[in-house]
Design a protein around this ligand. Structure first.
Ligand code: ZN
Length: 89
């Protein structure tokens, strides 16, 4: 997996988790079911965790293999240079 594509895909996964939660809140509010909101919150956390996991796997420097994550979080954009080996990204 290319690191740029990997970043994009893991971001999509991460934010679709947020989308699931918002959808759950909306549905739960409409049908007055707290359980729906609770389940969607758990699903959201699970999906976000998967997104972060994929990013730690895929968002890596192609030169040295060092992680390009921002302290365990998915970076908003990629740095110009690898923080590990200094190679141009
Ligand atoms: Zn590197």
């Amino acid at each position: 997996m290319d690191y740029r594509k990997g970043l994009r895909v893991s971001k999509i996964v991460f934010f679709s988790g947020v989308g699931v939660w918002l959808l759950g809140i909306a549905i739960g509010a409409i049908i007055h079911a707290l359980a729906v909101i609770m389940v969607s919150a758990v699903l959201c956390l699970g999906i976000m965790f998967v997104g972060i996991y994929l990013a730690t796997k895929w968002v890596r420097c192609p030169h040295c293999g060092g992680s390009l994550m921002l302290g365990g979080l998915i970076p908003g954009s990629l740095p110009n240079y690898c923080p590990h080996c200094g190679e141009n990204l």
